[in-house]
Design a protein around this ligand. Structure first.
Ligand code: HEM
Length: 378
């Protein structure tokens, strides 16, 4: 009852607040998962919306599927450059000490992307698969039965653990680079970067920046999608049953979860020139936020977009990996990880039950979970 009342007032506020006061970046909207009615209203009434005041300064919101694609594929006008503010609504997020190609424009972006791409080529992914499966199996085999535990903590690493691992890793990676650069080329990421023309002369900071991008960036998003899949299947028991009855649906379930979760709620760009877009005047230097989370619920492109349906006709039609020159380089690796962990889950557990509400990350960028209480019947 109390929850129902809160839900109603959120919807009511989203429906009645003056358009120019809407600020979808408020962390509280993300912690409480109450951004949905605001985006619904923006898509309907003001799909290219200007917010003059927010904790992150003024910004434009792009909320419809095709408009997001139009901005994402126009890198000549909409820049990802770190020095201009980078790729998230929060200028402070971009760490200028560790340059990453996700926050660079051509030509440097293209050179570095091309150099690291072989690390996630289909052939290399085939090599990774047994390793991913072995790790997934080990983690799952250690899960308790018949007791409540936190899925985020046991199946993914916590943030604290990751930070500690990170510090150790930096020293180890520097050592690894020194070994690889003097040895014949191999298929692993470090060797690929140490030998490719575009990356072999990277400064140590660039090297670490790109490693952080590939390892940590890919980790958070995949972790939150795994947690999201457990939650989505519990909220939609008919879909969970369908999956158990027919594991061949796994690849499309994975894509549907990536759409439904949208692990990165947005990417940001900075306008390099004045431009008119859908009748609005975007000025040089303006911050433009492409809300993938909203485009993924655009009913003009995706049928019944709020429903979680693991048998969609075109499940990879979503915005979660972005579009254009920065489209996620790890998208096939992410799908592989999700598929493998679910193959191993289905082999072991008839069901994973969600037994309480998740706590969500209070961020308009990383759309994820702090914890999720679950129980696996023995
Ligand atoms: C479900 C999991 C994942 C999601 C939702 C995701 C999402 C994204 C998005 C939205 C972008 C930016 C697209 C744009 O600006 O147009 C991106 C770029 C990138 N992602 Fe992922 N990602 C995921 C997993 C991974 C993994 C596992 C890796 C590791 C290899 C990875 C590595 C990268 C890199 C290196 C870029 C920069 C590409 C560029 O700037 O050219 N991602 N990702």
């Amino acid at each position: 009852m109390a929850n129902g009342t809160i839900a109603l007032s959120v919807t009511e506020r989203a429906r009645t607040i003056p358009l120019d006061e809407i600020d979808v970046s408020e962390p509280e909207l993300w912690r409480t998962d109450s951004h949905w009615p605001y985006f619904e209203r923006l898509r309907r009434e003001d799909p290219v919306h200007y917010c003059a005041r927010s904790a992150f300064g003024p910004y434009w919101s792009i909320t419809k599927y095709h408009d997001i694609m139009a901005i994402d594929t126009n890198h000549q006008v909409f820049s990802s450059e770190a020095a201009l503010g980078g790729i998230t609504i929060d200028d402070e997020t971009t760490d200028l000490r560790f340059p990453m190609f996700i926050a660079m424009d051509p030509p440097k972006h293209d050179e570095q992307r091309k150099a690291v791409s072989p690390a996630v080529s289909p052939a290399n992914l085939q090599l990774f698969e047994p390793l991913i499966r072995e790790r997934a199996a080990r983690t799952l085999d250690n899960l308790p039965r018949d007791e409540t535990f936190d899925w985020v903590d046991r199946v993914s690493e916590t943030y604290e653990a990751k930070a500690a691992v990170g510090a150790e890793c930096l020293a180890a990676f520097t050592e690894l680079w020194n070994q690889r650069v003097n040895a014949p080329p191999r298929g692993d990421l470090v060797s690929v970067m140490a030998h490719a023309d575009a990356t072999r002369h990277m400064t140590p900071r660039e090297y670490l920046g790109n490693l952080i991008l590939l390892i940590v960036g890919g980790n958070d998003t995949t972790r939150n999608t795994i947690t999201g899949s457990v939650l989505a299947l519990n909220q939609n028991p008919d879909q969970y049953q369908k999956l158990r009855d027919n594991p061949a649906l796994l690849p499309s379930m994975v894509s549907e979860t990536i759409r439904w979760q949208t692990p990165l709620a947005h990417m940001r760009r900075t306008a390099l020139q004045d431009i008119e877009f859908r009748g609005k005047h975007i000025k040089k230097g303006d911050k433009v936020v492409m809300w993938y989370v909203s485009g993924n619920r655009d009913g003009e492109v995706i049928e019944n977009p709020d429903a979680y349906l693991i048998e969609r006709a075109h499940p990879r039609n979503h915005l979660s990996f972005g579009f254009g020159i920065h489209r996620c380089v790890g998208n096939r690796l992410a799908e592989l990880q999700l598929r493998v962990i679910w193959e191993e889950i289905l082999k072991r557990f008839p069901v994973i039950e969600v037994v309480g509400e998740p706590q969500r990350v209070p961020s308009p960028f990383v759309k994820g979970y702090v914890n999720l209480p679950v129980r696996i019947p023995g």
